[in-house]
Design a protein around this ligand. Structure first.
Ligand code: GAP
Length: 452
C-alpha cells in the first residue's frame, strides 16, 4: 500500500474530527496558532503520559519539577539567550514579507507566481539583522526599567536554576535527572507546516547531571533510549534516523548534539534533540547568581560541576509524527476508509461501545451498562447515531483500536462482537470478559501493521 499521507490530509483530518483547529478563528485567526479539541487534548495527554512513564515512573534516577514560565530576567542573560537566541531576519521592502536569511532557498516570496525571495526583479531585500526570538513582557502594573521579562523559550533553564534545591531536597547525586514538561514560547520568524513550527508549544525536557568523565557514555545512552521510545510507541523504523550535528551547527552551549529525525511529509526534520551541554549552564548560573551550583560528595570527597545530557522535544512534533505515521487510506469491500493506526496507548479513545439498533431498548441498556463499566478505567465512547458502518468509520478516523457491538445475539446469550481497527477481525466474547480483554489488549506490545 502506498504511503498516502500529506500534511494537508493530516491538517484536514485534525480539523474535521476536532483534534486541532486554527486558533481565534472567529476573529480571522492568528497565523500558525492552534487550539486543541477533545481528541487532540486526549492524544497530547497520552503522549505526555507515556513520556513521563518512561522518563520518571519506570526509573529511580529522575525527578520532576514544574518551574515558572516567567523567570528572573537575569536567567536569560546567564543562559546566553539575550545575546544569542537569534535568527537572521531579512525583510522584503516590496512584498513586506519577512524571511529567515538561512531559509531563502526554500521560502516563497509574496508575488504571483511566487518565487524564492530575491529571485524576481521586484524583490528588494534588506541586509540580514539578528532578531531575538524571545517574547518580551512586563511584570507588574507599571512599565518601567527593571520590569522587562521574557516568556521562557525553553523549559531547561527552570531546571538548572533549581539544581541546588533538588540536590538538597530530593537527596540526589549524579548521575540523576530532572524532568519538566510545559509551555515554551518562541517568536519564530517563519512558523509553519502545521504544528511542526509554532510560536507556542509544549516542551518535554530532561536534564541529566553526570560526572564529566561519564558524559559521552550518557550522551550515547540517551540517544538510544529516546530512539527506542519512538519504536515502542509504534513509529516505523524506516521513518526514523539519528543525525549528529557538525561542530558549526551546534548551539553555543553544546559539546555534541544529535537530532532524532522523522521523515515528515516535508522531508527529514528534527523530531527531538539530544545534547551534551557540558557544564555550560551550571557554570554560567553560578557566575551570574553568585550561588555555587556544583556537586560535593559526602565529607567533601568529590567536588565538581556536573555535565548535562539533555533530551528535548515538543509534544507538537511528536503529535505530527505519530499522526503522519498512523494515517492510512484503504478500500474495504468497495468503500474507502481513512484509518489512524495509532499505538493503542496513544489513541485518544481506547474503545467504542455500539448498540446495533439504537431503537432497541434492550440493546441500548446493555450497551450503556458496558460503557459505564469500561469508562471507569479507560476513555471509551458510546455511540448510537447512524448506520453501524458509519459509526465504525468514525472510530477508525480517530484511531479507536477496538469496538464492542451489542446486537440481537447479545440479548440471547450475553456475548458481544469485538472488532479490531487494523485487521478488521471480529470475534465474539462474553460481555463479562470485555473489561479483562480490553485491559489485556491495551497492555500488549504493539507494532504498526504498516510496512512501507
Ligand atoms: N533546551 C534545548 C532546546 O530547547 P531546541 O532544539 O531549540 O533545544 C528542543 O528545542 C525541541 O523543541 C526540538 O527538538 C523540537 O522538538 C521542539 N521545538 C523547538 N522549536 C519548536 C517550535 N517552534 N515548534 C514546535 N516545536 C519546537
Amino acid at each position: 500500500m502506498a504511503d498516502a499521507v500529506t500534511m494537508d490530509k493530516i491538517v484536514s483530518l485534525c480539523r474535521r474530527r476536532g483534534f486541532v483547529f486554527p486558533s481565534s478563528e472567529i476573529y480571522g485567526g492568528l497565523g500558525s496558532t492552534y487550539d486543541y479539541g477533545h481528541y487532540g487534548v486526549l492524544t497530547k495527554n497520552n503522549i505526555r503520559g507515556r513520556w513521563l512513564q518512561a522518563m520518571v515512573q519506570e526509573r529511580d534516577d529522575i525527578v520532576l519539577i514544574d518551574s515558572a514560565i516567567i523567570l528572573h530576567p537575569r536567567v536569560w542573560e546567564a543562559s546566553g539567550h539575550v545575546e544569542g537566541f537569534t535568527d537572521p531576519l531579512v525583510d522584503c521592502r516590496t512584498c513586506k514579507l519577512r524571511f529567515r536569511e538561512d531559509q531563502l532557498d526554500t521560502a516563497q516570496c509574496g508575488r504571483k507566481p511566487s518565487k524564492h525571495p530575491g529571485e524576481t526583479p521586484d524583490c528588494d531585500l534588506t541586509e540580514a539583522r539578528q532578531f531575538n526570538l524571545m517574547f518580551q513582557t512586563t511584570v507588574g502594573p507599571v512599565e518601567e526599567a527593571g520590569s522587562k521579562a521574557f516568556l521562557r523559550p525553553e523549559t531547561a533553564q527552570g531546571i538548572f536554576i533549581n539544581f541546588k534545591n533538588v540536590l538538597q531536597l530530593a537527596r540526589r547525586q549524579p548521575p540523576f535527572g530532572i524532568a519538566q514538561t510545559g509551555k515554551s514560547f518562541r517568536n519564530e520568524i517563519t512558523p509553519g507546516n502545521f504544528l511542526f513550527r509554532v510560536r507556542e508549544f509544549e516542551q518535554m525536557e530532561m536534564e541529566f547531571f553526570v560526572p564529566p568523565a561519564e558524559a559521552e557514555e550518557w550522551y550515547r545512552y540517551w540517544i538510544e533510549a529516546r530512539y527506542d521510545w519512538y519504536l515502542r510507541y509504534g513509529l516505523r523504523r524506516a521513518h526514523l534516523r539519528v543525525r549528529e550535528h557538525g561542530p558549526e551547527e551546534r548551539s553555543h552551549y553544546s559539546q555534541g548534539t544529535s537530532d532524532i529525525e522523522y521523515e515528515y511529509p516535508i522531508g527529514w526534520s528534527e523530531l527531538e534533540g539530544v545534547a551534551n551541554r557540558g557544564d555550560y549552564d551550571l557554570t554560567r548560573h553560578t557566575e551570574f547568581s553568585g550561588t555555587k551550583l556544583e556537586f560535593v560528595g559526602p565529607e567533601g570527597t568529590a567536588r565538581y560541576v556536573p555535565y548535562v545530557i539533555e533530551p528535548a522535544v515538543s509534544i507538537e512534533r511528536i503529535f505530527v509524527a505519530m499522526m503522519v505515521d498512523a494515517y492510512d487510506e484503504e478500500e474495504v469491500a468497495g468503500r474507502e476508509r481513512t484509518v489512524l493506526r495509532l499505538h493503542p496507548a496513544i489513541a485518544p479513545v481506547k474503545a467504542a461501545v455500539l448498540p446495533l439498533i439504537a431503537k432497541d431498548s434492550g440493546m441500548v441498556e446493555k450497551a450503556r451498562a458496558l460503557y459505564e463499566q469500561l469508562r471507569q478505567s479507560e476513555v471509551v465512547e458510546y455511540d448510537e447515531g447512524g448506520a453501524i458502518g458509519r459509526r465504525y468509520r468514525r472510530q477508525d478516523e480517530i484511531g479507536t483500536p477496538f469496538a464492542f457491538t451489542i446486537d440481537e445475539q447479545t440479548l440471547e446469550d450475553d456475548t458481544v462482537t469485538i472488532r479490531e481497527r487494523d485487521s478488521l477481525a471480529q470475534e465474539r466474547l462474553s460481555i463479562g470478559q470485555v473489561g479483562a480483554k480490553l485491559d489485556d489488549e491495551l497492555s500488549k506490545p504493539w507494532t504498526t501493521p504498516k510496512t512501507d
